[in-house]
Design a protein around this ligand. Sequence first.
Ligand SMILES: Nc1ncnc2c1ncn2[C@@H]1O[C@H](COP(=O)(O)OP(=O)(O)OP(=O)(O)O)[C@@H](O)[C@H]1O
Ligand SMILES: [Mg+2]
Length: 469
Amino acid sequence: MKRRLLIVDDDREATRQLANQLAGSQLIEICGEAASVDEAWAKLQQSRPDLVLLGGVKETERGVLCQQFRLAFPHLAFIAACSPNELVWEPFFRNLGIWVIAKPVQSGQVEALAMMAQSPALDTRFPRQPQQPFSQEQQGGMPHSKDQDQMTEPHPAIHAQPKAGKKRLITVYGPKGGVGKTFISRELAIFFSMQKKEGRPLKVLAVDFNLDLGTFATALNLPRTPNLFTWVQELDSQLHALAQKRGIDPYSVRPEEWQELASLLPLFPQHIEKYVIGHTESGLDVLTSPRDIRQSFEIRDYHLYLILETLKQSSYDVILIDTAPDTTDATIQALFFAEQVVMVGTPVVDSIENIQRLLKLLREAEYPEERIQVCMNRLQRKEMFTLEEIRAYFQLHPSKKIFSIPDDGEVKKSINTGIPVMMQTGRSAAREAIETLGKALFPVDEETKKLAAKGKQSEKPSLLRWLWG
Ligand SMILES: Nc1ncnc2c1ncn2[C@@H]1O[C@H](COP(=O)(O)OP(=O)(O)OP(=O)(O)O)[C@@H](O)[C@H]1O
Ligand SMILES: [Mg+2]
């Protein structure tokens, strides 16, 4: 039976060309064409496709569109057709369980994908990635990485597991070091841990994605075991077992094959508690970065993908990810998995310039800008640049608020003592600003949870005690 394909693209000429190519196909029947979101919804209802090809629609972002369509029609398979400069975002689409192919689309590519999506054994066999027809070089495009040559297929978990309750995944990022990302993540995490939603205390997890040099645990006086690497080791043993079950020698598996195996691994959100440390005073859970820098070298993209995907299905209400000031795959994955991003900077030209560069990159990738909240930290009474000037420089939408956090002498002390300003009884200028930011990120009840152990707050910091653990 032919697979029914809906083409969603505002480039009518591209749609016409593909339709011509597929006219005589034995495998695919085009059941609809749409050039706008409204038209796509109507066609989805009328023509009941099996497969949707997402070219591009200016009014929306494809990842978001796919998620909306999938909610209404869970059986649908998706293909994103990307131009050469969009292919850098292939991991983002992969994370959403969307196949990716390069433009101009060849009918053979779509046919091969339609057959793969149809296979009922998708989750029970080692998938073969048909690499040849999808190489951009063959289509006269720019060469790109091996990773991008491979098509990707939806993670079985995306189809197999029900979505956990409404949660917020918030990534705190800033493309310059030392601007206050860890401080702000810590304070937001504690703020949310102290809040209630519909009368119930929020369940909050903070994740340290500074894989090599993370200090989130230190900022809360917490030990560093278990940590992300404990989880990665566990994932590796599950992957080894899976390879063996499929008759593959784990010691001969190539890196890209691990990636394919990872896409078949079942996820266990109920096991996350084995890898987190509890912050007793607030009830916050923390997934810390590895103890040893060398361990971070062993963490691969597919580990992080599995971890993020599992976190998404967990029962946490709010998950905060603290990141490093870089553009490594770990950071990019954390940005694309997030429902909201707090973009942190300070009112200094170098920090402002880097945020502008990052915003430009994200805009080019059609990243939904409404997810980004810009936050200027360490504002002093008199600054050279006003928030209005900064907003104009970033070309933010006039309705977009820039959040600000004042420079506050208490912050340094609170980092050294491991006691968040959110848990201190005295006055702090930064505290109110963090609360404003927190409430904008995730609506909470007005009532605040009582803290568990106030007594701990009076502990004096000691460098020796910290050094010797
Ligand atoms: N609002 C503030 N007022 C005063 N000092 C601050 C404020 N925010 C951050 N700091 C100071 O800046 C230092 C660096 O902050 P933090 O470690 O959070 O930055 P970061 O962006 O996470 O750095 P990295 O890029 O290295 O991860 C803190 O130790 C603290 O002393
Ligand atoms: Mg930091």
